[in-house]
Design a protein around this ligand. Structure first.
Ligand code: GLA
Length: 330
């Protein structure tokens, strides 16, 4: 029997060729990944998206970016990702207690989940066993405290005229650990704990921090010089704006934030503000890094590490451009 050319090539193909997808359908092995964030208006999250997109462009997969400020929006975002044939998503959840609901929904669609920034908490109050990348929160908080104290000493401020304003949000572990770390470092260095005044913000953004700081300022009109710390750059910025409203300037405010966004914008102003330094964290590690790990998990079944903690570098007006360059962030 003579085999036709077509039959031969079909046999060869069975042995070694990859099968082509029918025209019009998704290409065989095509990967689609979602990236859901809790506060899309915050620069940190926009930068995470930007680096996640760089990852998608580099590896050639599709990235769907979504903002979800509450539980209902998170669950409908996951439905919509499923409709778009996504095999998984990276998420910074608007509420860590949504972890079990998010995992249950993802499971119904067979999707892989990678949590970023804010770690899921289970019904038992324990962190969930879901791959996570977050900042080394306590350690970074301590770096902030040490740098604040060093600058306070350098300026020779009399302690009896100085107080610290802490804008806190204790409902979320990764941010509570930051302000607790700063508190610990300040007091261990010798700053009196009773001169650290806390203002709890309702959400981690500038307007909420502005409101929280105004309460602290109203309660303490006697304070002449302020040290400021918070959970992120937004918290510190809100406090600085409240202080400016009462006549405080870079002369009598030392503030250090944690982030990689609006703090830099303060440094770009010709007139210095109370924003003295930023503990620079990397949206590239968090955006590109998480997306890359998830992609390899989907594509090549490479299990990602369960818990990754990233570091910070303190940057001031003087060296922030260099620090950005060293971290490869724009
Ligand atoms: C939390 C904060 C954000 C940002 C990230 C960094 O999600 O709300 O502002 O600091 O952590 O991991």
């Amino acid at each position: 029997m003579r085999l036709s050319i077509i039959t031969i090539s079909a046999l060869v193909c069975l042995a070694g060729c990859s099968v082509q997808a029918p025209t019009g359908g998704p290409a065989q092995g095509a990967v689609t990944i979602g990236f859901i964030v809790k506060q899309p208006e915050e620069l940190w999250f926009q930068h995470e998206w930007q680096y996640a997109q760089q990852c998608a462009d580099q590896y050639g997969f599709k990235l769907i970016k979504m903002g979800a400020p509450d539980g209902e929006k998170v669950l409908s975002a996951i439905d919509s990702l499923a409709a778009n044939k996504a095999q998984g998503f990276v998420i910074c959840t608007p509420d860590v207690r949504l972890g079990p609901a998010i995992m249950a929904k993802a499971k119904t669609y067979g999707m892989k989940v990678f949590s970023v920034d804010d770690q899921f908490v289970g019904a038992d109050g324990q962190f969930m066993d879901v791959p996570y990348m977050g900042i080394s929160a306590s350690q970074i908080g301590r770096q902030v405290g040490e740098s604040l104290y060093a600058e306070f000493k350098k300026r020779n401020w009399p302690v009896e005229e100085t107080a610290a304003c802490a804008i806190t949000f204790d409902e979320l572990n990764t941010v509570k650990e930051r302000t607790d770390g700063t508190f610990a470092a300040l007091t261990e260095a010798g700053f009196p704990a009773e001169r650290i005044y806390r203002g709890a913000e309702k959400i981690t953004d500038v307007p909420a921090a502005f409101d929280a700081a105004n309460i602290v300022l109203t309660q303490h009109p006697e304070v002449k010089r302020w040290i400021v710390f918070s959970v992120n750059e937004e918290g510190v910025l809100g406090a600085i704006r409240a202080m400016e409203g009462r006549g405080f300037t870079s002369e009598n405010v030392i503030a250090i934030g944690i982030g990689a966004g609006i703090g830099f914008m303060e440094f770009e102003k010709t007139q210095p503000t109370g924003y003295f330094a930023t503990a620079v964290i990397s949206p590239k590690r968090h955006g590109f890094g998480t997306t890359e790990l998830l992609y390899k998990w989907i594509k090549d079944s490479v299990e990602p590490p369960k818990d990754t903690r990233t570091k910070a570098t303190i940057a001031t007006r003087e060296n922030y451009k260099q620090v950005k360059q060293d971290l490869g962030i724009e």
